[in-house]
Design a protein around this ligand. Structure first.
Ligand code: 6PG
Length: 244
């Protein structure tokens, strides 16, 4: 772990704006350095407002979308047009509104059996990046109140995976069948960001962010292994932090 930036915003819309600026700047920097940017999108309800913000002025126009390669940190095993699909949400809120290339959107096929979808996604990621162990430029993540992140849940064997890029996992809340990128892949991103809003996240934010907190929760493992980590929190999610 080398650096942690903490942004506490007064409201979810302010958080979406701050995170949109961060994403836009991260894309600009990566494209300037490499000619492209690999971004990993998060699921859940929190990032939707961020995606909608990125799909609107000025980000829709100024971000070099044609140079962006889109990946997903996890997926629920449902059809892509299901209301629960992470791809479906990202498509609806962001991808259909910006000039990202269709072939640069690498979704996890939730319509397959979870193990098949995980194996296929691993191959898709390797093919798209041309790398055996790809490093993503930007990784967006949510946090569950139980400390899960992406589809990596506390106390599950998936947390020990060091070789595979993607695994089939099981969520305690429906839909149960999920596919997730693994901890080393997510934590290995150049810039990693957690987004959390609401009072129900205040406890887990405290437990995973501070030294001597809970270090076995998936979100905490990422917190302590990512090299450049940013937290975007609203006041409610940051309520238990000592901010002096
Ligand atoms: C999902 C996720 C999951 C999510 C957190 C936070 O698809 O459910 O990838 O890890 O990010 O559960 O979800 P909320 O933003 O809905 O609180």
């Amino acid at each position: 772990m080398s650096s942690v930036d903490l942004y506490v915003l007064e409201s979810p819309p302010a958080l979406h704006e701050a995170a949109a600026e961060w994403v836009a700047e991260g894309i600009r920097v990566a494209v300037e350095a490499n000619g492209s940017c690999r971004i990993v999108l998060a699921g859940g309800t929190t990032p939707r407002g961020l995606y909608e913000r990125l799909a609107a002025t000025p980000y829709r126009e100024v971000v070099p979308w044609a140079a962006v390669e889109v990946f997903f940190g996890d997926e629920r095993c449902v059809l892509p047009d299901d209301a629960q699909s992470t791809y479906g949400m990202a498509h609806d809120a962001l991808l259909r509104h910006v000039p990202v290339r269709e072939e640069a959107v690498h979704r996890i096929r939730g319509e397959l059996l979870p193990v098949e979808a995980a194996m296929e996604y691993e191959a898709v990621v390797r093919e798209a990046t041309g790398e055996e162990h790809p490093v993503f430029d930007l990784v967006l993540l949510g946090i569950g109140a139980d400390g899960h992140t992406a589809a990596l849940f506390p106390g599950t064997p998936a947390l020990a995976e060091r070789e595979a890029l993607a695994v089939a996992t099981c969520s305690p809340t429906p839909p149960a069948a999920r596919v997730s990128l693994t901890l080393p892949v997510l934590a290995g991103g150049h810039y990693v960001a957690f987004l959390a809003t609401g009072a129900e996240k205040a406890d887990v934010v405290l437990r995973t962010l501070v030294p001597l907190g809970e270090d076995r929760l998936p979100a905490a493992i990422i917190r302590w292994s990512a090299s450049d980590l940013t937290y975007f929190l609203d006041e409610a999610a940051a309520a238990h932090l000592d901010r002096d």
